[in-house]
Design a protein around this ligand. Structure first.
Ligand code: HEM
Length: 444
């Protein structure tokens, strides 16, 4: 881990607005009575509050979390694009401070995991990304495609065999596909799916959740196990290399690259595993769930795909825009700066709301409409933008495409049950439905 620049501790952390009074006055001037209704962890329907923020307070200091919340497309994109000023070093920091008990469990358990890439900054980030991105090749994806398709067909068949003609698309299909894929990529067998899923859930809760000190304890134990496993994957790859075996997975390839001179340490490779095991499936499970959910909630769009499956990639882009897996991502201001005319003191924490930017009417026409024919849906910011742009975006979209293709074939008559009752788990960044109930039985 490189030394981080010395930053003034943001006054935000104490719950007081660090913005100069002149700036507060500017906000007050533009929106004297606005009530945006933004609740940072409430994910079920944040979109009305996003619209209010864009309209009334596009750069708003939120006292509850101590972050400047940025909601307009132009501002979110510009901040992502300016890593010299808006550093990603806080992207993986726990939103809620770690309690004493959890900290002790993690220290005693030798937990030293650090971000794979997303919270690293240049030049360290540049060096590591150049090595890691060589592993994300179209050739590797092509090799994965048949297994992804087989798994999809098998899981769909299992779901469609339910005698009551009801299923939960999230649990029956969307959870396993990306989890098996990422485990395969890292050389772990599919029998470990539920264990890895448990660890990933703990990772999401411990970093972006709103847990009390006591609630953190079981998750702290899980994170120790998770990190120990990442270290084991790296030492296993070293053993394979020493024995002249071919590991045929990403960890093995990184260890091999290291042995032929690539500048990446074992701890860094383990950190990449720690990140990929999480980044590689949680968000893709949500993308798959949201694509099916939005298409079934908009039957005319589903029908368009039945008639012309070549529109599936466009439908995926529109889902990413309309219902992104990650609605907010963090940055830290390294120097005194401004966003949209509002002064941002050095050291301030910033939450870039991609979920809001994607519905900005200045960039997207009729932004609240889910429309798979939208011409510029691909301009969404759901994979970030700039030097940290998501490395796995093609893999996520490929898996989603395969699932939609096979679902259209196997269950064109699929329908949502109680679409309006779908609930999304509380989180600062990840907007994931807790279930996607579906039926393929006779319509009543
Ligand atoms: C729908 C699925 C996904 C979404 C919405 C998503 C979203 C994101 C976002 C928002 C970032 C941060 C971008 C920034 O800071 O500018 C990111 C970074 C990253 N993602 Fe994804 N991701 C997805 C799937 C994946 C998959 C499948 C993988 C790998 C197998 C992956 C690997 C990464 C990595 C390694 C980074 C860090 C890149 C860097 O900092 O240089 N992601 N992703």
């Amino acid at each position: 881990m490189t030394a981080q620049p010395a930053l003034a501790r943001p006054a935000a952390a104490t719950g007081h607005c660090p913005v100069a009074h002149a700036v507060s006055a500017k906000i007050a001037e533009t929106a004297p009575t606005a009530h945006h209704g933004y609740a940072p962890f409430a994910m079920t329907d944040p979109f009305p509050s996003y619209a209010a923020l864009r309209e009334n307070e596009p750069i708003m200091f939120d006292e509850e979390i101590g972050y400047f919340v940025v909601s307009r497309y132009v501002d979110v994109k510009a901040a992502f694009d300016n890593w010299q000023v808006f550093s990603s070093e806080n992207a993986q920091a726990p939103v809620r401070a770690r309690g004493a008990a959890a900290t002790k469990i993690m220290n005693d358990g030798g937990f030293t995991a650090y971000s794979g890439l997303s919270a690293r900054i240049p030049p360290e980030h540049t060096r590591m990304r150049a090595i890691v991105q060589k592993e994300f090749t179209p050739r590797r994806y092509k090799k994965l495609e048949p297994t992804i398709r087989e798994n999809t067909v098998r899981l769909l068949q299992q779901m469609l065999a339910h005698p009551d003609a009801r299923g939960d698309f999230l649990k029956d299909v969307a959870v396993d596909i990306p989890t098996i894929t990422i485990l395969g990529l890292l050389g772990v067998g599919p029998d470990m799916v539920s264990t890895y899923k448990k660890w990933s859930d703990s990772r999401a809760a411990m970093t972006w959740g709103d847990l009390s000190d006591d609630e953190q304890i079981p998750h702290a134990h899980n994170l120790v196990e998770y990190w120990t496993e990442c270290l084991r994957l790296v030492s296993n790859a070293h053993e394979q290399l020493a024995n002249g075996e071919n590991g045929d997975n990403l960890v093995f390839d990184l260890v091999q690259a290291q042995s032929t001179g690539s500048e990446i340490s074992d701890h860094e490779i383990a950190s990449v595993c720690y990140s990929l095991l999480f980044a590689g499936h949680e968000t893709t499970t949500t993308l798959i769930s949201n694509t099916i959910r939005e298409l079934l909630a908009h039957p005319t769009e589903w029908q368009k795909l039945i008639e012309d499956p070549s529109r599936i990639p466009a439908a995926i882009d529109e889902t990413l825009r309309f219902s992104p897996s990650i609605v907010g991502w963090r940055r830290k201001a390294l120097v005194d700066t401004e966003i949209g005319g509002v002064q941002i003191p050095a050291g301030s924490n910033i939450l870039l709301l991609m979920g809001s930017a994607n519905r900005d009417g200045d960039t997207f026409e009729q932004p609240e409409t889910f429309d798979i024919n939208r011409v510029n849906a691909r301009n969404h910011l759901s994979f970030g933008f700039g030097i940290h742009y998501c490395l796995g975006n093609m893999l996520a979209k490929m898996q989603d495409r395969i699932v939609v293709e096979e679902t259209l074939k196997a269950a064109p008559g699929l329908r949502l049950i109680d679409a309006e009752k779908v609930v999304f788990g509380d989180n600062l960044s990840f907007r994931a439905p807790t279930s996607v109930p579906v039926t393929w039985g006779e319509a009543k």
